[in-house]
Design a protein around this ligand. Structure first.
Ligand SMILES: Nc1nc2c(ncn2[C@@H]2O[C@H](COP(=O)(O)OP(=O)(O)OP(=O)(O)O)[C@@H](O)[C@H]2O)c(=O)[nH]1
Length: 333
């Protein structure tokens, strides 16, 4: 529930074409302790003001020359499309009350003002509005949590799969390729066993930061398991565009780590799969990259390996221009 202070600090806009009415409402709100109140006598400014300030409450006169309150509400509805229209209509016309509610106002206040009614309706409406905002924020946080790994704050497997799908669709539209790099730290179990799980957690967080730091903004870096990460690259022309990023990732992971006064070194292995060469679906791409990772582990770790079809495509390209590409399938760091 919003606190009394939060209610008194809520952002309120008074809209009335009559200066006396504006002054009266400002006085009522000031006396009630509201601290964040502004007013306008220009109804055609309301939407722009709301876009800028995102008011918690708009006290809106219905009868105004030029744009009336109903027209203003129509504009506000476009701003608050899936939300809550924070309008409290002010009207001297009994017949306008229901029309105002039907037009989207949450409540109304009759003119001339009955002070007790004004206070109660404004308070109640702000309480609901702020509660609505709290709920919206809570739900956003929950969604974030459902899509991110709590230790590193990186996207989790669920979000990763969405990102791969988007990247693949983008590649299809632009007749480009996409690369999925499956990364698994080498000998991480030994770090946990020697220094403890909490120490291992610190290393994982540092690794995550380094992976993000050495990737492009548009790439996705996700954590998909204990010491397993996946990096997705879009706008790729072939294996040649993934080789350098993979080598760079191997290099940054191998920089020394300083945790709790201890200096530690670590390496990583990476499997690379390309869309569409190695697989056409999200699941198959991850699987192909995972298989290539297995090859890299078997070949001695601390290196990257590419899946067969992208390797063959790169080899064919290298054969066409032999001096450009010598070793296309694997790279030992
Ligand atoms: N600290 C920490 N450890 C984790 C977490 N999740 C999984 N692990 C541990 O990470 C280790 C991963 O095991 P492996 O990848 O099989 O071990 P490895 O020593 O890296 O083996 P190779 O990949 O073959 O080099 C296991 O010891 C898990 O217990 C976590 O959230 N925090």
């Amino acid at each position: 529930m919003p606190s009394p202070d939060e209610i008194l600090n809520a952002k309120i806009l008074v809209v009335d074409d009559c200066a006396d009415n504006v002054d009266l409402m400002l006085e009522i709100l000031r006396e009630a302790g509201y601290t964040n109140v502004t007013a306008t006598m220009l109804p055609d400014q309301v939407c722009a003001l709301h876009r800028q300030h995102n008011y918690d409450l708009i006290l809106l006169d219905l009868q105004m020359p030029g744009l009336n309150g109903f027209q203003v509400m129509k504009g506000l509805k476009e701003i608050e499309q899936d939300g809550y229209l924070p309008v409290l209509a002010l009207t001297a016309q009994p017949s306008f009350k229901i029309a105002a509610l039907e037009a989207g106002a949450r409540d109304f206040i009759s003119k001339p003002f009955d002070l007790l009614e004004v206070h109660k309706r404004i308070h109640n409406m702000l309480e609901v509005r702020l509660l609505y905002k709290e709920l919206a924020q809570y739900s956003k946080r929950q969604q974030e949590l459902a899509l991110h790994d709590p230790l590193t704050n990186l996207p989790n497997r669920r979000l990763l799969e969405d990102r791969i799908e988007t990247t693949v669709q983008h590649a299809l539209r632009n007749q480009r390729k996409a690369a999925v790099m499956y990364l698994d730290l080498d000998g991480f179990k030994g770090i946990n066993d020697t220094h403890g799980h909490a120490y291992g957690d610190e290393i994982l967080k540092l690794v995550a930061q380094r992976l993000v730091g050495s990737s492009r903004k548009e790439d996705t870096v996700a954590r998909v398991g204990g010491d397993e990460f996946v990096i997705v690259l879009g706008d790729v022309g072939g294996l040649h565009d993934a080789r350098e990023p993979a080598s760079k990732l191997i290099e940054v992971v191998s920089e020394p780590y300083q945790v709790n006064g201890l200096t530690l070194r670590l390496s990583t292995s990476i499997g690379i799969a390309l869309f569409p060469d190695d697989a056409g679906s999200v699941g198959d791409l991850i699987h192909a990259a995972d298989n290539a990772l297995y090859d890299a582990k078997r070949a001695g770790k601390n290196r990257w390996c590419a899946a067969p079809a992208s390797t063959a495509a790169a080899a064919a390209a290298a054969a066409a221009v032999p001096h450009q590409l010598k070793s296309v399938a694997t790279s030992a760091a």
